[in-house]
Design a protein around this ligand. Structure first.
Ligand code: ADP
Ligand code: MG
Length: 498
């Protein structure tokens, strides 16, 4: 209920106004003098409106409105006068009286002005409250913003990745702590303000920037770009290899690039070491089974030669001995040349990429492995077809294929069926290796590329085979799809895009 203060030194008028207003549901407080009224509005904050006479003994209505106006209260005042004149009207305007009404006051007129005055005050109060709330909100946001900024700064300085921002002129405008360390700069001042060119060797940067712009330009929505194996330069001219993720954004109409740079030298070294140790493990497995083959051949040769060299030996036995020796040495020869082929890989690896015929390499790898203990009792279905060229390092391809073949053989407990198919589909060469072995669960498939992940018993699996396969397919952009079902078998399909 709105509370109205009525000021008038004539009692009948006070009473009359009170009657009219209370009938409309307003609460009315009466005051016979301005001094009393001032005291009332000072001590009581919840008046919605004041209706005051102008002409009164002592302080008058103008004094009152002046007081209200100067004390900045949101309190509408309706002035009533029995003697309208320019001077009081002018004061009423100056001190922002809500209305200036002349007597006699008609009931409808006063009620309508009262209603408007109260509505207007309510609206001003609501607006003021809204403003107040929005000021609070702004304060909260500002402090959250500062918190975020602080958090951001803490993250940027805690991460071991270098974070560098450049503007459209390719000038470095921000670099975090890790950036100075990674690029061997003594302080922020030495890096900020320089062109980003200083971080690249020769003219490599333009190549990358072009590429980034090309990728991002094509797809407006794409605001992030990643590039592996970027060669970067430190302040002392030494270089290192990094993975770089770049995002672009526009701030105040200017575009910026922020790059997150991860030095992958260590990681690369570890991967190389893993590949090497797998190669060694692999070669020792091969060596054991091939040693066995050699031993068999030598035993046969030795037995026949010993018999043939006895004085009593018949000519036919001598012929037989020569034949066996020839066969066995031929077998040994292919075996050793194949081994040499596989063994030389470690030095030439990843440097030479050749166009090779998938059929030839598959046949070649099968020749090496099919007589080894792990594959000897497997049924291998393979029929080389038309020439299918792929670009790859042949040694790495052999390593990849033999890892898949040996896994397939193991999955069939070395006695199952392995089918190999090479074909062309939608312009790409496919190579699939299917086995009818014990297959894999989803969980095994999801971990298959993890180094050291093996389900095989101790001494049989190293858990590095598929990890090496992954390294190889990644470095040549080969796609590998695996489909498998427990107890049914697995299919590994390589898709060569070149
Ligand atoms: P390893 O052969 O030394 O165990 P790999 O990295 O070559 O290591 O393979 C990891 C695991 O993946 C194997 O232990 C096996 O569980 C699973 N795996 C790989 N190939 C096959 C396959 N053809 N059939 C069933 N399981 C397979
Ligand atoms: Mg394996």
């Amino acid at each position: 209920m709105s509370k109205i203060l009525v000021i008038d030194d004539e009692e009948e008028i006070r009473i009359a106004l009170k009657r009219v207003l209370t009938r409309e549901g307003y609460e009315v407080v009466l005051s016979a003098s301005v001094l009393d009224a001032i005291e009332k509005v000072d001590s009581n904050k919840d008046f919605s409106l004041v209706i005051s006479d102008i002409m009164m003994k002592g302080k008058n209505g103008i004094d009152f409105i002046q007081y209200v106006s100067e004390s900045n209260k949101n309190l509408p005042v309706i002035l009533i006068t029995g003697n309208p004149n320019l001077a009081t009207a002018e004061s009423a305007v100056r001190f922002k009286a809500f209305e200036y009404i002349s007597k006699p006051v008609d009931r409808f007129q006063i009620l309508s002005v009262v209603k408007r005055a109260i509505d207007s005050k309510t609206k001003i109060d609501v607006d003021a409250e809204k403003l107040h709330q929005s000021e609070i909100m702004e304060k909260v946001l500002r402090s959250q913003y500062l918190d975020l900024n602080r958090q951001n700064a803490a993250i940027l300085n805690a991460t071991s990745d270098a974070v560098i921002t450049i503007d459209f002129n390719k000038t470095i405008v921000f670099a975090n702590f890790a950036a100075f360390e990674m690029f061997h700069y003594p302080s922020p001042a030495d890096l900020i303000g320089q062109t980003v060119q200083v971080l690249f060797t020769e003219n490599k940067m333009d190549k990358y920037i072009d590429r980034i712009q090309e990728v991002m330009g094509k797809n407006q929505k794409k605001q992030a770009y990643q590039q592996a194996d970027v060669t970067l330069k430190r302040s002392d001219e030494t270089t290192f290899v990094a993975d770089v993720a770049i995002c672009t954004y526009i701030l105040d109409g200017e575009s910026y690039f922020t790059g997150v740079i991860r030095d992958v030298t260590q990681k690369k070294m570890m991967v190389e070491q893993l590949i090497d140790s797998e190669r060694r493990a692999f070669l020792s497995t091969v060596a054991a089974s091939i040693g066995h083959e050699i031993n068999n051949s030598l035993t046969a040769i030795q037995g026949f030669v010993e018999m043939a060299t006895k004085e009593t030996a018949e000519a036919s036995l001598k012929d037989r001995a020569l034949q066996v020796t020839l066969n066995q040495t031929q077998k040994l020869q292919t075996l050793t040349s194949n081994l040499l082929q596989l063994g030389k890989s470690s030095k030439t690896r990843s440097e030479t990429i050749e166009s090779i015929d998938v059929n030839k390499v598959v046949s070649h790898v099968l020749e090496v492995f099919k007589e080894t203990a792990r594959l000897k009792y497997c049924q291998i279905n393979w029929e080389p077809g038309e020439k299918l060229s792929i670009k790859i390092n042949p040694d790495q391809f052999s390593l990849l294929l033999s890892n898949i073949l040996l896994n397939a053989a193991d999955a069939t407990k070395n006695t199952g069926t392995i089918s190999i198919q090479a074909f062309k589909e939608r312009g790409s060469v496919h190579l699939s290796i299917t086995d009818d072995g014990y297959g894999m669960t989803e969980e095994v498939i999801s971990k298959i590329y993890e180094p050291y992940f093996t389900t095989k018993e101790l001494g049989r699996g190293t858990g590095l085979g598929m990890f090496v396969v992954k390294q190889i397919i990644d470095s040549f952009g080969i796609k590998l799809t695996i489909s498998s079902e427990p107890e049914k078998g697995s299919v590994f399909t390589f898709i060569f895009s070149n």
